[in-house]
Design a protein around this ligand. Structure first.
Ligand SMILES: [Zn+2]
Ligand SMILES: [Zn+2]
Length: 625
């Protein structure tokens, strides 16, 4: 028997392809173990090749896992569009089991056979929900635009039940699954064990048991964060991307893919329906897809907005919090910073105390008696003297959650505050406990960061305080206004749905927010007009090149060399280049180049011509620091 030769790529690696041989015939996408130096690695078979001129070694073993041709195709797109190796892109996916019916699509299922297994029943829809649902039935992809509390979830559930009846599976994406036990509960009511929650924090054992359930057909719905998009569900009929505006759908490491955009592509390739949904849709989705609007919320209650200035817990805030506490009502307070303070600075020479490895201020965490860099996690003892001029004491700036709690607790006697941020809510258990204390009325104020804007609804709250929007408005980001406005709507919308509620917004730009409070769609329309005029996405394609190097002059040189090469591409505009806003992280000097083109094709072409190990390309970036 003659040998077969295969080109393979190592999984989770950016190494170039290698050639090995085996007596047996292997299918494209098969996963094998290959010897590499003194160890062995998993690799995926790309294709069979002619016997090469050089000596090859033998493949060690063939696993019982295989990537489908669709997975291989989508991974190829991801690697080319988001500038990663194919090995890195395919490693996002979980392979199918060899011989699993999955590969011979479509799956032959008798819908009646699993009706007994799956408790799939349609929820009752209101007239308004029914109307939106009927519209969605006829669309391959659409954006469901409905305020919090308008009943989007029942529509999702009904669409998933449809899929079950057709013998098809569904994926339901949420930005942060660990923050959404409420959604899990609701899905379980309808789908029981046919739905499984998938996220990166699952144990190996749990993952294996879910994969087994998928293989034997007992699990037909996967709900989870962005990694849920890559589970091996056969005969996929529907992908739902809830809270589609959320930036956590964009991966911040290679491959820097956007799960919402990959979901749309996947839907096209697999013939699955794609439904995006949000109360504050992204400009790009609103612009690109058919919009189905879901009227008003079930119960419309009045919200009274108060605009105040300042940048700390000041007396108007304390007065309102105190009044609400005395009335035995619950409140919520949002601010974007963790710890006690974001910065320490010297009043005499104006120097901010910086991380020695990054060009960012050290945040003060009094509880841990240290200063911490939120970029590289370097910590040091709290200091009170300026290293530049010796002046003491240092001033602290931009209050964080911990400091806000201290200020409020000392001003309002007896108030119980629940800290709700990444420092305090570290596990699902802690989340459950914190929410439990709040729901039972044991705590009176829920105080936290962006976490508050995700997943939960706090219907009983009668006072919301939103701080720090000016900081978001001031970010060097073409989406700064969208980010600030969306945050205001998300937080105000999640609270105070059962009763009339007050919302305090602390900002120096009240006029901007006031003009859109009645309807987010008014904001979208104005913002889209602005983006079109300023030539930003969705009316242009953007890419950011990041260069980071221990040697500053080397980083500068790579930047200039890359700019020189890019200048040859006439249809690509170099918007700017130079030091990144955060000039140094973990002792590496950071430079960036921002590029723009009317269409993505010429931009991709230019970037592929300069792509190299020394630069990192972020296509459709959402982060500019
Ligand atoms: Zn000083
Ligand atoms: Zn640092």
């Amino acid at each position: 028997m003659s040998k077969h030769y295969y080109q393979v790529l190592l999984l989770r690696s950016s190494a170039p392809s290698l050639t090995y041989h085996l007596q047996n015939k292997l299918a494209k996408g098969s996963i094998v173990t290959v010897p590499l130096k003194t160890t062995s690695k998993e690799a995926v078979v790309i294709k069979e090749v002619e016997k090469p001129a050089f000596e090859t070694t033998e493949i060690l073993s063939k696993t019982d896992k295989v990537y489908s041709s669709e997975q291989m195709e989508i991974a190829k797109f991801i690697s080319e569009y988001y500038f990663s190796s194919f090995g890195e892109a395919i490693s996002l996916f979980l392979p199918f089991a060899v011989g699993c019916c999955a590969l011979t699509a479509p799956l032959n299922v008798d819908p009646t056979s699993f009706k007994g297994v799956v408790r799939g029943r349609h929820p009752t829809l209101s007239t308004i929900q029914q109307k939106a649902y009927d519209q969605l039935l006829n669309k391959d992809k659409a954006l469901l635009f409905g305020v919090t509390g308008s009943g989007k979830t029942e529509i999702f559930i009904s669409l998933i039940v449809n899929m079950l009846e057709e013998g098809k599976t569904s994926i339901f994406l949420m930005p942060e699954i660990s923050l959404t036990p409420q959604m899990e509960k609701r899905l379980k009511v309808y789908f029981d064990d046919a739905v499984a929650m998938w996220h990166s924090k699952l144990t190996k054992k749990k993952k294996a048991s879910i994969l087994e359930g998928i293989e034997n057909g007992s699990i037909r719905i996967i709900a989870g964060a962005r990694s849920a998009l890559f589970v091996p569900l056969s005969n996929l009929g529907l992908i739902i991307v809830d809270e589609e505006h959320d930036d956590s759908y964009k991966a911040m490491t290679r491959p820097r893919y956007h799960a919402r955009d990959v979901a749309v592509l996947m839907g096209q390739k697999l013939g699955a329906k794609v439904l995006l949904a949000s109360a504050t849709p992204s400009m790009s989705s609103y612009h690109k897809y058919d919009v189905v609007k879901l009227g008003k919320p079930y119960v419309e209650v009045k919200k009274k907005y108060h605009f105040i200035t300042g940048d700390s817990i000041n007396s108007p805030i304390l007065t309102m919090l105190h009044k609400n506490f005395t009335a035995k009502e619950q409140s919520l307070l949002f601010l974007p910073t963790r710890g006690n303070f974001k910065y320490l600075y010297c009043e005499r020479c104006g120097k901010t105390h910086l991380c020695p490895y990054c060009s960012v201020g050290m945040a003060l965490h009094r509880k841990y008696r240290h200063l911490k860099c939120h970029y590289c996690n370097y910590t040091e003892a709290i200091r009170d003297t300026c290293i530049e001029c010796g002046h003491s004491p240092l001033k602290s700036e931009r209050m964080g959650t911990v400091e806000a709690i201290e200020v409020i607790s000392s001003a309002i006697e007896g108030i119980q505050v629940e800290q709700f941020d990444r420092d305090s809510i570290t596990t699902a258990k802690k989340l459950k406990e914190a929410l439990g204390r709040f729901e039972s009325g044991e705590s009176n104020l829920l105080l936290g960061t962006q976490m508050l804007s995700k997943g939960h609804d706090y219907a009983g709250i009668t006072l919301s305080v939103i701080m720090g929007l000016d900081h978001i408005l001031g970010l060097a980001d073409y989406r700064a206004r969208e980010r600030a406005m969306s945050l205001l709507f998300q937080i105000a919308g999640r609270s105070g749905r059962a009763k009339e509620a007050d919302v305090i917004v602390q900002t120096g730009d009240a006029a901007f927010f006031k003009s859109y409070l009645n309807d987010y769609e008014d904001f979208i329309k104005d913002e889209l007009a602005f983006l079109e005029m300023a030539n930003y996405p969705p009316f242009a394609s953007l890419a950011r090149i990041l260069i980071a190097h221990k040697d500053e002059s080397k980083a500068g040189k790579i930047t200039l060399d890359t700019v020189t090469k890019l200048k040859a591409f006439k249809d690509v505009e170099i918007v700017g280049h130079g030091k990144a806003p955060v000039e140094r992280i973990a002792n590496k000097f950071r430079f960036n180049i921002l590029l723009r083109a009317k269409n993505r094709v010429p931009l991709l072409k230019a970037l592929h011509s300069v792509d190299c190990r020394e630069i990192e390309i972020d296509f459709d970036p959402v982060e500019f620091s």
